[in-house]
Design a protein around this ligand. Structure first.
Ligand code: PMP
Length: 438
């Protein structure tokens, strides 16, 4: 397999090698081990359309990565591309505020039933700001977050272990020092222990940050726990933050808030709503968003910003190209009145059912889990080789392994995908029989 893939992806590997000295890209060492060294590279591609990408060797793949979940309608989607091109012809300058930003804020607020909205460049930035405004308004310091969640790369959330006595997140990544983590408390998602801790330390906790359905564990959907979290935070002046960077505008237009009918204080969005361009959004109750600008006031009277503001800024925060792509994304989603996402979710559920039936019969260690149109293969031990086998057979899954269907994944594309998965599975088993047991 190593030889075959090295041949197939020879230009991607050559490209990776020739720039490595200058281009420090962590994805090029993801999962590094000396035995699999030859398989450690990221596919290099500059062509995509619909549900497909092409690498620089001109191999075509069914794309399951879909811009890490940022591309909902398919690559190179004409209605969005046209809006971006039209805006490009007008202006892509920043400095003054684009007239599109206010309009988009209003549309997002009404669509997501939030009161106010602010724009940033990435999900990471949105999460960072959400925590900052929670601390500013509650005047408390601690943040509770959960194992298994991914919230981007904000320093105070980059920990996977905790002190078993204090529950303080402990340093495990070079550069993330303990003092940065000392206000971060890490718990098992869904645990009673976390609820007890929150009740006991209510006077110190500013925010509970939760990825309502974790992309790394999408079949775990703890609705009653989330309801309890909502109650305990509401009763104790703690901001409940939903990180909906993946689930927002995907599970349905109102995200997990609407899906579970549980309403957070602050919500972060990104990915889908940017129509494929960089965006991060903080939305939520005025009580918290007012920390960004002091709250609402009018000209021509004696009103003034009443809330003491914290500080945020960013050169590209309301980039006109991102604003226009977002507006078009919302307009398209609106025009389907929820049906498009529902159908995409159903399509994914049926695909997972069929694949799981196949796996049960022919490869019982493998399975697929999903939440709406996000899914993941469960690949214990050496079954992780499935991803290389898929690549060989023309299916692209990135190193983080979250998979997404888009509107462009038609029944025909999915039927072809299923054949490729089955073939990969058979090859995996054949290879393992000819070697050792897997
Ligand atoms: N939150 C969640 C739930 C995410 O999945 C991600 C990225 N995958 C982020 C935050 C960070 O977003 P970004 O990569 O745009 O910084």
């Amino acid at each position: 397999m190593i030889n075959k893939l090295s041949q197939k992806n020879s230009l991607s590997k050559k490209h990776t090698q020739s720039y490595r000295q200058y281009f420090a890209l962590n994805r090029n060492v993801a999962g590094f081990n000396t035995q699999k060294k030859e398989l450690i590279y990221t596919l290099v591609s500059d062509k995509s359309d619909g549900a497909f990408i092409w690498d620089i060797d001109n191999n075509k793949y069914i794309d399951l990565t879909m811009g890490f979940g940022s591309v909902l309608f398919g690559h190179n989607y004409m209605p969005i591309r046209k809006e971006i091109e039209a805006q490009l012809a007008k202006s892509w300058s920043v400095g003054p505020i684009s007239p599109l930003a206010g309009k988009l804020a209003e549309k997002i607020a009404t669509t997501t039933k939030t009161e106010r909205v602010a724009f940033f460049n990435s999900g990471t930035e949105a999460v960072m700001v959400a925590i900052r405004i929670a601390k500013a308004i509650t005047k408390k310091k601690y943040v509770v977050f959960f194992k298994g969640a991914y919230h981007g790369t904000f320093d105070s959330l980059l920990a996977i272990k905790k002190n078993s006595q204090t529950n303080i997140a402990i340093e495990s990544i070079p550069g993330i020092t303990q003092s940065i983590l000392n206000e971060s408390y890490l718990f098992e998602y869904g645990s009673k222990e976390s609820l007890n801790f929150i009740r006991k330390n209510k006077d110190k906790i500013a925010a509970v940050l939760v990825e309502p359905v974790q992309s790394r564990n999408p079949s775990f959907q703890p609705i009653s726990y989330l309801k309890e979290l909502r109650n305990v935070t509401e009763q104790n002046d703690i901001a409940l933050i939903f990180d909906e960077v993946i689930t927002g505008f995907r599970i349905n237009i109102g995200g997990c808030q609407k899906h579970f009918n549980i309403w957070a204080d602050i919500v972060t969005y990104g990915k889908v709503i940017g129509g494929g361009l960089p965006i991060g959004i903080v939305a939520g109750k005025s009580k918290f968003l007012d920390a960004l600008d002091g709250g609402s006031w009018q000209y021509g009277d004696y009103s003034f910003p009443q809330v003491k503001s914290t500080f945020v800024a960013g050169t590209f925060c309301h980039h006109p190209l991102a604003m226009v792509a977002s507006l078009k994304t919302l307009e398209i989603l609106d025009s389907y009145n929820g049906k498009m996402l529902q159908e995409l979710n159903n399509k994914t559920a049926k695909f997972c059912l069929r694949m799981n039936a196949y796996f049960k019969e022919y490869c019982p260690k493998l399975s697929i889990v999903h939440f709406g149109s996000l899914f993941r293969f469960v690949t214990p031990g050496r079954y992780k080789e499935l991803y290389s086998q898929l690549l060989l057979n023309g299916v692209y899954v990135w190193e983080g392994r979250n998979c997404f269907f888009s509107e462009a994944h038609t029944e025909e594309v999915i039927a072809s995908l299923e054949e490729k998965i089955k073939l990969s599975c058979r090859q995996l088993i054949e290879r393992s029989i000819s070697k050792t047991k897997i």
